[in-house]
Design a protein around this ligand. Structure first.
Ligand code: NAP
Length: 278
C-alpha cells in the first residue's frame, strides 16, 4: 500500500485533500507546522515540520512514498523553503511529489509569484523525484476577497479575463492523482474553471450571489502602487499584489483548460458554483 503524506492540511486545499483521503479510508501522514491545529482525521498521523527545516522534513517523511505539497505561504523566501522541502523529501526516499503550482508559471511571469512556482517546478524536475504539477489559475474562492471594505475590486486588470478555478476542484484533482500517481507521473495539468470572465462580471456575480455589493474599478499601474502604499508592505508584496492584476490584463490567465473535465469526468466548478456553495 502506498504511503502518503499531505502538507498544508491546516489550510483550505490541503485540508480538503486530507479529508478526501480520510473519507476514502486512505492512511496518511499530515505534515504540519503546528500539530495542535492539525485536523483530527481517522487513519491520519501527524508530524511537525516546516518547509525551511530540511532535517525536520527528512525525519517526518521517512517511509513516505508520495507527497501532496501545497505551495508555501507567500513570503520573500518561499522558493528557498520549497527547495528545502524538496531536499528533505529526496533525503527521506520519497518517490513522487504532487505540487500546487500556478497557471502561468514562467521564469519571466508577469505575476511575480509565478516565477517562484516555475523555479520550484524546475527544482522538482531536477530532483530525481517523479512529479505532478497542478497549475492553478487564481482561485474563484479568492475573488470576493479582492474587494476592499467598500466592496471595490481595484487594480490594473483592464478588461482582461481569467479562468479562475475552485479550490475544491484543485483538491479533487489532487485526490485523482493520489489515487494513481504512476498514471499522472511527470505531468503538468492546467487547472481552470469552465469559463473565462472579466473582473467586472465577477463583481456582478459576487453582488448577485453573496448579497455583498461589489464592483470593479480599473486602475493604472501607478494608481495601483499608490493605493496600496498605505499598507506599508515590502516591495515584493506590493509587486505580487499589483502583478496579480497585470497578469489578468495580459490575457495569460484567460485560456480555459480541459484538464479537469478530462481527468475527473465532469465539468469544472464555475465561479457561480463556488459562490452558491458558500
Ligand atoms: N491560485 C491562487 O489564487 C492562490 C491564492 C492564494 C494562495 N495560493 C497558494 O496556494 C496555496 C494553497 O492555498 P490555500 O488556500 O490552501 O492556502 P492556506 O489556507 O493559507 O493554507 C496554506 C497551508 O500551507 C501551510 N504552509 C504555508 N507555508 C508553510 C511552510 N513554510 N511550511 C509548512 N507549511 C506551510 C500552512 O500552514 P499554517 O497553517 O501553519 O500556516 C497551511 O496549512 C497557498 O499556500 C498559496 O501558496 C494560490
Amino acid at each position: 500500500m502506498t504511503v502518503f503524506a499531505v502538507t498544508g492540511s491546516t489550510g483550505v486545499v490541503g485540508g480538503l485533500v486530507a479529508r478526501g483521503l480520510a473519507e476514502r479510508d486512505v492512511p496518511q501522514l499530515l505534515v504540519v507546522r503546528d500539530p495542535s491545529r492539525a485536523p483530527q482525521l481517522p487513519g491520519a498521523t501527524v508530524a511537525r515540520a516546516e518547509y525551511a527545516d530540511t532535517a525536520a522534513v527528512t525525519a517526518a517523511l521517512q517511509g513516505v512514498e508520495v507527497v501532496f505539497m501545497v505551495s508555501a505561504a507567500e513570503n520573500e523566501h518561499r522558493l528557498d523553503e520549497h527547495r528545502s522541502f524538496v531536499d528533505g523529501a529526496v533525503a527521506a526516499g520519497v518517490r513522487h511529489v504532487v505540487y500546487t503550482s500556478f497557471s502561468a508559471a514562467a521564469p519571466d511571469a508577469l505575476f511575480t509569484l509565478g516565477r517562484d512556482h516555475w523555479a520550484t517546478e524546475q527544482y522538482l524536475r531536477g530532483s530525481g523525484l517523479t512529479w505532478t504539477f497542478l497549475r492553478d489559475n487564481l482561485y474563484s474562492d479568492f475573488l470576493p476577497k479582492l474587494a476592499d471594505p467598500q466592496g471595490v475590486i481595484r487594480g490594473p486588470a483592464g478588461d482582461g479575463r481569467l479562468a479562475a478555478v475552485a479550490q475544491a476542484d484543485v483538491a479533487d484533482m489532487a485526490l485523482a492523482v493520489l489515487a494513481d500517481p504512476a498514471e499522472h507521473r511527470d505531468t503538468a495539468y492546467g487547472l481552470t474553471g469552465p469559463e473565462s470572465i472579466g473582473l467586472a462580471e465577477a463583481a456582478r456575480m459576487i453582488t448577485e450571489l453573496t448579497g455583498v455589493a461589489t464592483r470593479y474599478e480599473p486602475e493604472t499601474v501607478e494608481e495601483a502602487y499608490a493605493s496600496r502604499a498605505v499598507y506599508g508592505a515590502p516591495q515584493w508584496q506590493l509587486d505580487a499584489w499589483v502583478s496579480t492584476y497585470t497578469a489578468i490584463a495580459s490575457g495569460v490567465l484567460a485560456p480555459v483548460s480541459t484538464d479537469i473535465p478530462r481527468v475527473l469526468g465532469r465539468p469544472a466548478r464555475s465561479l457561480r458554483d463556488v459562490l452558491t456553495a458558500r
